[in-house]
Design a protein around this ligand. Structure first.
Ligand code: UN1
Length: 498
């Protein structure tokens, strides 16, 4: 029997040690493509364990913030090198379920982010500017803040943790991370690479477990001045409320209901490719997923026919099988959400063009598989065209013209990513100006952000911060403005000196 061998228990990582759970409680993590396969047991941590990790991070901060940033960068650089060496080992399709090429991509994104932030160790630029007074020098520098509490999702199990850990560390902060319950192992790997690269004890700590215990304890801890969260808008709101009374800083990356606009002059082959990858890549489980398509009425019929045909040909299965295009949903509850939305769509009167069912029989019965699903003739106000589903479901909305398309695009509560397929440069520029989202693509799908550009969204997608790029450095530091007066006399600024 597969489970005869005792499952490995992954302990918390606190103050440089793998520590025994306080009350011995652990939970199972299983492969979403084959739930017979146990990935491992992980600690169901308590508030005491969070406190222990925060204490360790707070102690480590005293030294780490004083390590010259280029030296911190060298540790990150070595970690990136180790991730390159271990890429194949760390590509955990068994954990998250997405196909192997995408899981490798997840590790690659962590590599890119780690190299990028390593380089920031020799920049972390501030500003110098002339003073308004003679013999006085003025500059601003970035200062670290302290212990950062990081709460990460399961859909990019290594990439998103790297988006948070690496900028936090390069800026001189220390970290306590709570990985998603469904994908902790990738975070263990990331932290192992950092530790092997020489990150001092206590600089990065892992506390696994539930949002209600570990997440809540982190967000209300008085010694955690910074919280970064990626996940649902509902949980983001709870975090915002928890952080507000003490003015803790918080960065929230939340939901999306991203659209691809297909104009009548689009290269339809390209647009179909983009819609397939944007809608069904990662089984639609991206906050950037193209879960809506706004298709010009002049090409609607032809586009939809081709799109549906391509979706029908997608092979759903275990992401480790080279023939698979689309893996499982992450867990039973996510699969149920998808199935509920399919019912909602049918009841709302949208036209089910393909899919709509859980896949069953044979190996499918061991995992959480759902057919790639397309609804046509959607009204933009339908729930399936408004709410984030986070699964392989795309709602197609006929549009009259660009203005109408932009109105539909912006007519949702979220504002993460949007895309337009057109060969008309004027339309493309108008769309990039008028789409009120954090990211806009032209002739490319809504997914696939690069690590050296800001990532995040408007409205209920975020709270004004951005991840990745220099935007992340802005979040993980505070400005300190320094004036040095070398005139040897009292000089008064901002006063009538005339
Ligand atoms: C997310 O789904 O939370 O641009 C982020 C992209 C990915 C990011 C997805 N790199 O599609």
């Amino acid at each position: 029997m597969a489970t005869a061998v005792a499952a490995k228990v992954f302990k918390n990582f606190i103050d440089g040690e793998w520590v025994e759970p306080r009350d011995g409680k652990a939970y199972e993590n299983r492969n979403p493509a084959n739930t017979d396969e146990l990935i491992g047991m992980f600690v169901s941590s308590t508030e005491e364990e969070v406190n222990q990790a925060v204490d360790a991070a707070k102690e480590a901060y005293k030294q780490w913030r004083l390590v010259p940033a280029p030296k911190r960068g060298e540790i990150l650089f070595r970690a990136a090198e180790l991730l390159v060496e271990r890429k194949e080992e760390y590509a955990m399709t068994r954990e998250m379920g997405k196909i192997l090429a995408e899981t490798r991509g997840d590790v690659q994104e962590a590599i890119d982010m780690t190299y990028y932030m390593a380089g920031e160790g020799r920049r972390l630029f501030g500003q110098t500017t002339p003073s308004e007074l003679p013999n006085k020098f003025a500059m601003s520098v970035r200062q670290s803040i302290g212990v950062c509490g990081l709460i990460t999702p399961w859909n990019f199990p290594m990439a998103i943790p790297s988006w948070k850990i690496m900028p936090a560390l390069i800026c001189g902060n220390t970290v306590v991370i709570k990985p998603a319950q469904d994908t902790p192992l990738s975070v263990y790997h990331l932290v192992q690479a950092l530790t092997d690269a020489g990150a001092p004890r206590g600089v990065v700590n892992i506390v696994s477990g539930s949002g209600s215990k570990v997440g809540v304890a982190l967000t209300k801890h008085p010694d955690v001045p910074v919280i970064s969260f990626t996940g649902s808008t509902a949980v983001g709101r709870v975090i915002a409320e928890a952080c507000a009374p003490d003015f803790r800083h918080y960065s929230l990356e939340m939901g999306g209901k991203n659209i691809i606009l297909v104009m009548e002059d689009a290269n339809l082959d390209l647009a179909v490719d983009g819609a397939i990858w944007g809608g069904f890549g990662t089984t639609g489980q991206r906050c950037t997923a193209a879960s809506r398509l706004g298709v010009h009425k002049a090409v609607y019929k032809e586009f939809v026919e081709r799109f549906v045909e391509r979706a029908k040909a997608l092979r759903v299965g275990d992401g480790l099988d080279a023939a698979t295009d689309v893996g499982p949903c992450i867990n039973e509850s996510q699969l149920k959400t998808v199935m509920e939305y399919v019912e909602i769509g049918k009841n709302e009167g949208a036209k089910l063009l393909t899919g709509g069912k859980r896949l069953q029989g044979g190996a499918y019965d061991k995992g959480w598989f759902h057919e790639p699903t397309i609804f046509g003739n959607c009204n933009p106000k339908m729930r399936i065209a408004q709410e984030e589903i986070f699964g392989p479901v795309v709602s197609v909305i006929p549009i009259e013209n660009l203005e109408h398309g932009l109105e539909v695009a912006n007519g949702v509560a979220y504002g993460l990513s949007a895309s337009i397929y057109t060969r008309n440069v004027n339309r493309a520029f108008q769309a990039t100006r008028d789409l009120y989202t954090g990211i806009v693509y032209v002739n490319a799908p809504t997914i696939g952000a690069e690590t050296h550009l800001p990532f995040g969204g408007t409205k209920q997608t975020g709270n004004g911060h951005r991840e990745a790029a220099i935007a992340a450095i802005d979040f993980y530091t505070e400005w300190k403005t320094i004036y040095i007066d070398y005139s040897d006399k009292l000089q008064r600024a901002q006063i009538d000196n005339s």
